[in-house]
Design a protein around this ligand. Structure first.
Ligand code: ADP
Length: 377
């Protein structure tokens, strides 16, 4: 059963907006894309009103999802700056550049998919995501060491910590400074280990980050992608928020990703989550560059003996079954935990050690898959 734009509008007409009129009369809707049961559109409001509209966004998504024949409904809340308006001032709390609303994006034109909203980031050849189905599997550790592995291959690399629910890049890199602004009021990423680094953790207190809702996550991440002077990069590695919910899907859809790396531990549960991650990237046409099995086996720091405490090998089988590359196995090792948590990632602090070699081998496979994109840029 195909769903029409009129059916969507009829459902939305029942929703009252914070402006007191029906949502369809509030002059905030983008063109509606409705094809094959998939409905996408955005609600474009002034940045100052964004919070008041979050419940309307959720309601709009729910009523559209309830229309018979709708399989996917995605409603994005975009908070636009008024043309010509001065950019909002820095966040007063810590005197740092605060998270500001999304840039005015052109709403999608009739029938266009939201993917068409993605535009490349000037100067950045390839943006890739590092994702996991759940938290605590070592996604951030892998993202940083992968970025360093790519650096060791001679590439210019940036790292964006988009894990808004628990930004760990400040801890993993030892960076705590607040980014400065350039003349165009763009944030200048911090530099360490030869990487350009940006984290939501540099801008807001951790507790603030925890309570952000989906659309706010998107606004913050969009800003960190586009309002940052990334300079010229071969690869920008994005440490995604864990999970495969709406926030992650919107993110995967709005960031111009050239590929995704999925991190999983060998345990079944986390593999189920990893499978969800695969499905999510497939849905938004982002190629999965491969799966990394983290904490693959336990390696004793004293005698070097290997023990498969989590049933090692699950991710490799899963990757084979799903037809995506298996990028490598990283052991559960004291050195990885200790260096990560001390802000000295193992690829940088023990470059000649066995762990750095594993990360570099994974980076090599990622680089090979991106070669065309990087060369073209
Ligand atoms: P996530 O981003 O998935 O939440 P983190 O990268 O923050 O996970 O890692 C969670 C914890 O596990 C950290 O203390 C980190 O140092 C540790 N860790 C991650 N990978 C490994 C590993 N291969 N060996 C030992 N400890 C690890």
């Amino acid at each position: 059963m195909s769903v029409t734009q009129q059916q969507v509008l009829d459902s939305l007409a029942r929703i009252k907006s914070p402006r007191g009129v029906a949502l369809t009369n509030a002059n905030v809707l983008s063109a509606i894309s409705a094809s094959d049961g998939k409905v996408f559109f955005s609600i474009n409001v002034d940045a100052a009103e964004a919070r008041a509209w979050e419940s309307v966004r959720a309601e709009a998504e729910a009523v559209v999802r309830a229309i018979p024949g709708v399989t996917t409904a995605m409603v994005a809340l975009t908070a636009e700056r008024k043309p010509g308006a001065a950019p909002p001032p820095p966040a007063p709390s810590r005197g740092t550049p605060g998270v500001q609303p999304v840039h005015a994006h052109k709403p999608p034109q009739g029938g266009q998919s939201p993917m068409a909203r993605q535009s490349e980031i000037p100067g950045v050849a390839a943006v890739i995501a590092v994702a996991s189905g759940k938290g605590g599997v070592g996604k951030s550790t892998t993202a940083l060491n992968l970025a360093l592995g790519l650096r060791d291959l001679g590439l210019k690399v940036g790292l964006l910590d988009a894990d808004i629910y628990g930004p760990s890049v400040p801890r993993l890199t030892g960076l705590r400074d607040k980014p400065a602004l350039n003349d165009e009021r763009k944030m200048i990423p911090l530099r360490r280990f030869g990487l350009a680094i940006m984290s939501i953790g540099f801008l807001v207190e951790e507790e603030t980050a925890m309570i952000w809702r989906g659309p706010m996550v998107m606004s913050a991440v969009t800003q960190m992608l586009r309002d940052v002077e990334w300079g010229s990069l071969d690869v920008l590695v994005v440490d995604m928020p864990p999970g495969t919910g709406d926030a992650q899907l919107t993110l995967a859809q709005n960031v111009p990703l050239k590929g995704a790396v999925i991190v999983s531990t060998p345990q079944d549960l986390s593999l189920i989550d990893a499978r969800r991650g695969l499905a999510m990237f497939k849905k938004v046409n982002v190629p999965v560059l491969g799966i990394v099995e983290n904490m693959s086996y336990f390696q004793c720091p004293h005698c070097g003996t290997k023990s498969d405490i989590f049933g090692h090998g699950g991710a490799r089988h899963e990757a084979e079954k799903l037809g995506v590359p298996f990028l490598g196995e990283i052991p559960l090792h004291m050195a990885i935990r200790a260096t990560s948590d001390a802000g000295n990632p193992v690829v940088d602090s023990e470059p000649d050690g066995p762990h750095a070699a594993i990360y570099r081998a994974i980076a090599g496979q990622v680089r090979d898959q991106l070669k065309g994109v990087i060369a073209a840029a």
